[in-house]
Design a protein. Structure first.
Length: 414
């Protein structure tokens, strides 16, 4: 029997705010919280900027408990997970009586901790490294730490699929629930901004050129020159609908379909017609049982990376052809930056808020140089949306890609 997969709570922390409502409002206002990094030295970065969670005080969210076992990635994840649990009514008493698991997506995990651990070992000798740092030098450290912190006793998984990790994690969790392998899973992603990630992306040629306006992300734009790194964490409580109804939980959204594939064009090696992103979208729509014309809007992966945006624009153009009026497209990375493993979860939460509010946020910087093949919503007042369903896409430089279809029930709209 095919189980209905629902979302009963959401939680996040990112440069645009720490609640779904503040994220949606900031996106509608076109806020762009980019600036010089504060978590690492900006020397030698040629004026490049990041979107970081400024003045992050985890004790404000997590209380006076011992935070030392958690590094920045773990703290961001624990904050967002705690908010999602509270939003969904999963009290500590409920977690002790009923298993709830965790699926976390991340591209690099605790890379800063790994770098610090290695530097200290090389500089001072292995006997001087921190045991607390050692515990966070594996990519699944954040998932384990969050499960311990919030007493999540169910399945625990980490998804590492590049910049698509967050949306992959949500889709994977939804599939586990749909197949009856779990009744409730906290799913999302987390990523921190750090020097190691910044330098790696810089040397890989992924970052936007320095200097205005090129330093800012320009999704689907001819002047787009690359990523601007962001950070944060976002989680959704995903449950079997019968399980959620039985405990009296409100349903915020329904995850109707998911698809995952590999697109070689993202690396410039794909043959003609090798459209992995379209395969992922088709799979998601097929599982949802709806045509593209049923979509109210699309939350695209668009990051300002020319190759990736061109591949995605080509796919979305073919998807929407013949579907009547062109489907509105938005791209939150214009405001959040490329938050890697966190972005997909932030996309999903933002999409739920947009559907509930009936307002699709625009994309700052849309002008005559924007790719004409897609109906990108321009910045300014949000576009009214009467639809109840959205498609989310994610495409990473190494070719990992996925798509998710979600909807909100009529009672969930505001």
């Amino acid at each position: 029997m095919r189980r209905q997969v629902v979302v009963t709570g959401t939680g996040l922390i990112c440069p645009l705010g720490d609640t779904p409502a503040t994220l949606h409002r900031a996106l509608c206002e076109g806020r762009r919280p980019f600036g010089p990094p504060a978590v690492f030295t900006a020397e030698g970065l040629d004026g490049r900027v990041v979107a970081e969670v400024r003045d992050f005080e985890p004790v404000r969210y997590l209380g006076p408990r011992n935070l030392r076992p958690l590094d920045r990635t773990g703290r961001l994840a624990a904050v967002a997970a705690g908010a999602a649990l509270e939003s969904s009514g999963w009290t500590i008493e409920r977690r002790e009586a009923t298993e709830a698991g965790l699926v976390l997506g991340t591209m690099f995990g605790s890379l800063r901790t790994i770098g610090e651990f290695d530097r200290r070992a090389l500089r001072d000798g292995p006997e001087y490294v921190s045991p607390l740092d050692f515990a966070n030098t594996v990519i699944n450290a954040a998932a384990g730490q969050v499960a311990i912190w919030h007493r999540l006793r169910g399945p625990n998984s980490t998804i590492a699929a590049g910049a698509s990790s967050g949306l992959q994690a949500v889709g994977y969790a939804a599939q586990l629930v749909r197949l009856g392998r779990a009744s409730a899973l906290l799913a999302g992603g987390a990523e921190e901004v750090c020097y190691e990630t910044f330098l790696g992306c810089l040397r890989a040629g992924l970052l936007a050129d320095s200097g205005e306006p090129l330093a800012l992300p320009r999704p689907f734009h001819a002047a787009g020159s690359g990523w601007v790194l962001g950070e944060g964490a976002g989680f959704m409580m995903i449950e079997d609908e019968d399980h959620a109804r039985a405990r009296g939980a409100a349903v915020l959204a329904v995850i109707e379909g998911f698809g995952s594939a590999f697109d070689g064009r993202a690396r410039g090696v794909g043959a003609a017609g090798e459209d992995g992103l379209r395969s992922a979208i088709d799979a998601a729509l097929a599982e949802a049982g709806v045509p593209a014309s049923a979509l109210g809007f699309i939350s695209a992966s668009g990051s300002g990376h020319r190759t990736l945006d061109a591949v995605e624009a080509d796919t979305l153009a073919t998807l929407t052809r013949g579907s009547g009026p062109s489907i509105p497209v938005t791209a939150i990375k214009a405001c959040t930056g490329e938050a890697l493993g966190a972005t997909g979860a932030l996309q999903a939460i933002a999409a739920i808020e947009a559907l509930r509010a009936g307002q699709v946020p625009g994309v700052p910087g849309v002008d005559a140089l924007t790719d004409p093949r897609i109906n990108l919503v321009p910045g300014g007042p949000p576009r009214p949306n009467a639809g109840s369903r959205a498609l989310l896409t994610s495409l990473a430089p190494e070719g990992n890609c996925c798509a998710l279809v979600l909807s909100v029930p009529p009672t969930a709209t505001s």
